[in-house]
Write a protein that binds this ligand. Structure first.
Ligand SMILES: Nc1ncnc2c1ncn2[C@@H]1O[C@H](COP(=O)(O)OP(=O)(O)O)[C@@H](O)[C@H]1O
Ligand SMILES: [Mg+2]
Length: 380
């Protein structure tokens, strides 16, 4: 029998961003205490947590002290070093474990692991030398995308490659660091599946969510995704396969490319709640954050049922370009919910919050959330 970590216990979150903030809200609602560790202070997570520890993830003494104060450690930020994950594991239960993190935080390890388990990934080649780059280009053809192997997010650390000459230039631009070359996929759309897996192997998922990006940053997510039944079923099964291969405990998001030729390919994994799942907070019986809590505490998973079609629009710092957004104008739409992350400085491209809309159809929800977001922007 699984030993449960009951309400009243303390959960530790490594990372201080909005994913940890919404997790902390779910955890506190259910009577848990929350500690967070991040290099910054007054973080989105820290504002909600009981205790905020201010330390670098590489300060292993601080990570050990943090872990020894809590009953279970989880992540909202995946770029914690293997050494830090090990330090935490020496002092507390860590879910997901360091191995899943290690695989997901490095694009070559990630795609190699998936391919070795027979899971469908974007065709790729590791790039550590000039020979590997030219060899990869020959095998994959052009156009392609060159991405740094580690620490990329929101399109940072990636360059599109139109032809062979551009490839070397692109690699130079990335400082010739370890990289991955991918075939450029002609996309019909992008979807994500967020799965939850319990300590006992119980599994659940939120069903495919459709994601539209702008400048490589998630812009709008819609549930349910407008893909054929067979595509949806395949993505769900592949997600389950990924989580079983990793013997995963917690929440994991698999981002997929749906190609125009019908292929469904894994783009990347996120070993934590995901931006595309923010709509589950308002639209599902159990949110991705509560599901993360249940999974890591050995509790039964909740129902992921989508109560109504829903859409989420990110609010980037750009929304503040002409001054304070017109909150009342967006909230005048009664089926729209506002979420803000407590970040003080609204820099362009920075994720400051999001809006969620519920409506009778997915198309209506998308339309509504986009109109509400437009209403926020005050005219100069
Ligand atoms: N191989 C590719 N083919 C087509 N589009 C791509 C490819 N790689 C990345 N993209 C586009 O760029 C976005 C961000 O890339 P991703 O690898 O997910 O990096 P990040 O870690 O920044 O999210 C993707 O969601 C997709 O829109
Ligand atoms: Mg991505």
């Amino acid at each position: 029998m699984t030993r449960i970590i009951p309400p009243g216990s303390t959960v530790g979150v490594l990372g201080g961003g909005q994913l940890g903030r919404m997790f902390a809200m779910a955890a506190r609602r259910m009577g848990y205490r929350v500690h967070t560790l991040a290099p910054e202070s007054d973080t989105p997570t820290g504002q909600i947590a009981d205790v905020e520890i201010n330390a670098s993830y590489d300060d292993l003494d601080a990570v050990r002290a943090f872990a020894s104060q809590v009953d279970v450690v989880t992540f909202e930020f995946e770029n914690v070093s293997a050494a830090a994950a090990e330090a935490a594991e020496a002092c507390a239960i860590v879910r997901p474990g360091g191995r899943a993190l290690h695989v997901a935080q490095h694009r070559i390890r990630e795609k190699t692991f998936l391919a070795d388990h027979g899971l469908p990934v974007t065709p790729f080649a590791p790039v550590r030398t000039e020979e590997e780059l030219t060899g990869g280009l020959e095998r994959l053809g052009c156009p392609g995308v060159l991405k740094t192997a580690a620490f990329g997010y929101d399109g940072k650390g990636q360059v599109a490659i139109g032809d062979r000459d551009a490839a070397l230039e692109a690699w130079d631009m990335l400082g010739r660091q370890e990289a991955i070359l991918e075939a450029f996929i002609d996309l019909a759309c992008e979807i994500s599946v967020i799965g939850a897996r319990g300590v006992d192997g119980a599994w659940s998922n939120f069903g495919p969510i459709e994601n539209a990006h702008r400048n490589h940053i998630l812009d709008v997510s819609v549930a349910p995704a407008g893909v054929p039944e067979t595509t949806a079923a395949l993505a769900v099964e592949v997600t389950r396969g990924v989580m079983e291969a990793l013997d995963y405990v917690g929440i994991l998001c698999v981002e997929y490319f749906v190609a125009r030729d019908g292929r469904v390919l894994i783009n990347e994994l996120a070993p934590r709640p995901h931006n595309s799942g923010h709509l589950t907070f308002d639209a599902c019986r159990t949110s991705q954050f509560e599901q993360q809590l249940r999974a890591i505490c050995g509790l039964p998973l909740g129902s992921p049922e989508l109560l109504q079609p829903s859409a989420m629009a990110n609010l980037l710092g750009d929304v503040w370009a002409n001054g304070e957004p017109d909150w009342a104008a967006a909230l005048a739409f009664p089926n729209v919910k506002l979420h803000l992350y407590g970040k003080k400085e609204a820099r362009p491209g920075r994720k400051m919050g999001h809006l969620t809309a519920l409506a009778p159809t997915a198309a209506d929800a998308r339309d509504l959330v986009v109109r509400a977001r437009q209403a926020l922007v005050t005219r100069p």
